[in-house]
Design a protein around this ligand. Structure first.
Ligand SMILES: [Zn+2]
Length: 584
C-alpha cells in the first residue's frame, strides 16, 4: 500500500517533461526566489512612494519580464546533455550572486566579474560562509532535485532548434512587452536608482561575464604594449650630487580618508603617524572603487579618463622610473599587482624569504599576513637590486593588505586592537554596524602602525639615501551606510565612502631639499582637491624624473616647489621648474 503510494509519488516526481516546461518552470523559480534582493529593493521603493502609479502592475510586469529574460538564457541551453548541467550551474550562480547582493549589497557588473576572476584563494575563502550554503540549498536545491532525476523528452535536432528558437523569440517579445507596458514608470525609477539595472539575477552576471570574456579575447589579440618611456631621464638634481632618493610608495588597501584621525575622525585611529612630521592630504579621490579598477589607473600616465578608454595596455609610472635609470621593486602583501609590476623586479610576502619566515608565526594567520611582514629583511631586499641603479635612487612600492574586507578583524594584531568588541565574522550584516566599524578602525590602526614603522625604517637609511614615503589607498569602503558593505559599486553612483581615500606624505629633510619641496607649504595645501590622476606627476616631480608625459599642473607638490638656486621665483614665489626646462 505504502509501497504503491511511494512509487506513484516517485513516478509523478520523475515523470518525463518537455524542455519547454522545464525552461518555463525554472525561469519562474529563478525570477521569484533568485531575485530576493531585487524584490526587497523594489518593495522598499514602493513603500517609500517611489513607484507612485500602478505599483502592483509595475511589479508584476518586472516579474514577468525577469522570468522571460531568464527563459531566453535557458532556451539557448535547451539541448540534450547540455541542459541539466548548465541549468544547475546557472542555479548555483544565481544563489551565489543573491548571497553577495543580500549580504554585502554588491552588484555584479563587468568590473566585479574581473575582480572575482583575479581573486586569490584566501580572498575567496573569506567569502565562503554558512549563509552562502543556505542560499545554495534553498535556491539551487529544490529545482535541481526536480530536474536531475527527470527524463526530458528529446526531439530531433531540427525540431529542437525550431522549438528553442521560438521560445527565445516569444520570451524576448514577452520581456519587451512587459518593460514597454510600464516604461513611463520604470524609466525614471531606474534613472534615480541606477543599481536596479545591475540587480537582475542571473541575467546581469551572465552578460557581464560574457562581455568580460569578449573583451579579454579581443585584448589577447591586441597584445601590443603602448610604450611611454621614450625620453624618460633623470633631472638635474641627480647631477648635483648628494644622497640618492629612496621613495617608498605605499599602495593602501580599502582605507577610508574619513576614518583617519589625521583627517578629523573622532577616534584616535592614527596616533603613531600623528607623532611624525607628515602631511595628510584630506581631499584625495580614487580612480575606481575596486583594486582592479584603481591600481593600474593610479600608475597610469593618462589618468582616469585616458586609462578607462585605452584600447591596449600602456606602460606605467614604474616603467618610466626604471627607464630613467632608477632601481624599482614591487613588494606585495596582497593578491598581486594587477599587471602594474609586470616589467619591474617584484616579490610577494607569500614567497619563501628567510628573514620574513621567522616572523610568520607572529604576523600571519590563515594564509594572510599583516603588512609589517613586508619590513622584514628589507635592507637585504634593497641590497639585492642592481648596484648601478641603486646609486641613482630607489623606488620601493609596498602593496598592502590594509583593511581588506570582509574579514577586517584579521587585519590587525591583538596588541594593535583598540576598539571593540569588534565584528569577528565575515557575515557583516549579522554584526551591529558599530562592531563592523570597530573591526575596520582596528585595521586602520594597524596601517598607522605599519606606516610609522616604514618611516622609522626610512630613518635608518638616511646615511645612504634621501628617504621619503608617499601613502595612498586604492579605494574606500562602505561600512553599512545605505545598507551597503565592501566596495566595487559602479563609480557613477558609488557613495563617497568608496572613493574618498587617505594620502599621507613624509619627506626626510634631504629629499625635501633635493626636490626643493617646502613641507610647511604642503601643510597649507593639504585640503587641495586631488585624485589618483595626480599621483603619476607627483611621484615624477618629487623624484625629478623628466618625461614628455609629465604634467606640471597636475603635480600635487607644484605649488610648494621653491626652485633650485639660480632660478627666479614667479610673483607667487614659486618656480615651475620643469615648465621652465621644458620651454628652454
Ligand atoms: Zn582594493
Amino acid at each position: 500500500m505504502l509501497d504503491t503510494a511511494y512509487r506513484r509519488a516517485l513516478a509523478a516526481w520523475t515523470a518525463p517533461r518537455s524542455y519547454l516546461t522545464a525552461t518555463l518552470l525554472l525561469s519562474a523559480w529563478i525570477a521569484l526566489f533568485g531575485n530576493i534582493a531585487l524584490w526587497t529593493k523594489l518593495l522598499g521603493l514602493a513603500r517609500q512612494g517611489s513607484i507612485p502609479h500602478q505599483t502592483a502592475l509595475t511589479l508584476a510586469a518586472i516579474l514577468l519580464a525577469s522570468a522571460a529574460i531568464t527563459a531566453v538564457l535557458l532556451a539557448l541551453l535547451a539541448w540534450p546533455r547540455v541542459f541539466k548541467p548548465a541549468a544547475v550551474v546557472l542555479l548555483l550562480v544565481t544563489a551565489t550572486v543573491q548571497h553577495m547582493m543580500l549580504a554585502y549589497g554588491t552588484v555584479i557588473d563587468q568590473g566585479m566579474v574581473r575582480n572575482v576572476l583575479q581573486t586569490n584563494f584566501t580572498e575567496l575563502r573569506d567569502q565562503l560562509s554558512p549563509d552562502l550554503f543556505v542560499q545554495w540549498l534553498l535556491v539551487a536545491g529544490p529545482p535541481s532535485l526536480w530536474l536531475l532525476p527527470r527524463r526530458l523528452i528529446a526531439s530531433g535536432g531540427w525540431r529542437r532548434l525550431l522549438v528553442n528558437g521560438m521560445t527565445v523569440g516569444v520570451s524576448l517579445a514577452v520581456a519587451s512587452g512587459g518593460i514597454l507596458s510600464i516604461y513611463t514608470t520604470l524609466a525614471p525609477l531606474v534613472r534615480n536608482h541606477m543599481e536596479l539595472r545591475f540587480m537582475l539575477n542571473p541575467t546581469v552576471p551572465v552578460l557581464s561575464t560574457l562581455a568580460t570574456a569578449g573583451k579579454a579575447l579581443r585584448g589577447e589579440r591586441s597584445k601590443a604594449l603602448v610604450g611611454i618611456t621614450a625620453g624618460a631621464a633623470l633631472g638635474p638634481q641627480y647631477a648635483a650630487g648628494g644622497a640618492p632618493p629612496l621613495l617608498v610608495l605605499v599602495v593602501g588597501e580599502t582605507a577610508r580618508a574619513d576614518h583617519f584621525a589625521l583627517n578629523g575622525y573622532g577616534r584616535d585611529t592614527t596616533p603613531r603617524l600623528a607623532a611624525k612630521d607628515i602631511v595628510s592630504f584630506t581631499q584625495m579621490r580614487s580612480c575606481g572603487t575596486s583594486t582592479l579598477a584603481s591600481l593600474p589607473c593610479m600608475f597610469s600616465s593618462i589618468g582616469k579618463a585616458g586609462y578607462e578608454s585605452q584600447k591596449a595596455e600602456h606602460e606605467n609610472l614604474l616603467d618610466v622610473l626604471q627607464a630613467a635609470g632608477l632601481a624599482v621593486l614591487w613588494l606585495d602583501n596582497q593578491a598581486g599587482c594587477k599587471g602594474v609590476c609586470a616589467r619591474v623586479p617584484n616579490a610577494s610576502t607569500a614567497d619563501p624569504y628567510p628573514p620574513a619566515d621567522a616572523l610568520r608565526a607572529q604576523l600571519c594567520a590563515d594564509g594572510d599576513c599583516l603588512d609589517r611582514l613586508m619590513l622584514a629583511g628589507l635592507d637585504a631586499r634593497i641590497a639585492a637590486l642592481p648596484a648601478e641603479r641603486r646609486r641613482r635612487g630607489v623606488v620601493l612600492v609596498m602593496h598592502q593588505m590594509g583593511s581588506h574586507g570582509p574579514a577586517y578583524y584579521r587585519r590587525s594584531a591583538a596588541d594593535t586592537k583598540t576598539f571593540g568588541p569588534e565584528c569577528r565574522t565575515t557575515e557583516l550584516a549579522q554584526c551591529p554596524v558599530a562592531a563592523v566599524v570597530d573591526a575596520f578602525d582596528n585595521s586602520i590602526r594597524e596601517t598607522d602602525r605599519f606606516l610609522s614603522d616604514v618611516i622609522d625604517w626610512l630613518g635608518t637609511q638616511q646615511k645612504t639615501y634621501a628617504p621619503g614615503m608617499l601613502y595612498v589607498s586604492d579605494h574606500g569602503e562602505s561600512l553599512g551606510e545605505f545598507g551597503l558593505y565592501l566596495h566595487g559599486v559602479p563609480y557613477a553612483f558609488a557613495p563617497d565612502a568608496q572613493k574618498h581615500v587617505p594620502m599621507v606624505a613624509w619627506l626626510g629633510r634631504a629629499l625635501g631639499e633635493r626636490s626643493a619641496t617646502d613641507t610647511a607649504c604642503l601643510h597649507k595645501h593639504r585640503a587641495d582637491p586631488l585624485t589618483h590622476d595626480n599621483l603619476y606627476p607627483t611621484v615624477l616631480g618629487l623624484l625629478d624624473v623628466q618625461t614628455p608625459t609629465y604634467r606640471i599642473a597636475q603635480d600635487a607638490f607644484t605649488p610648494c616647489r621653491n626652485g633650485l638656486p639660480g632660478e627666479t621665483p614667479d610673483v607667487a614665489g614659486r618656480v615651475p621648474l620643469r615648465a621652465v626646462r621644458a620651454a628652454s
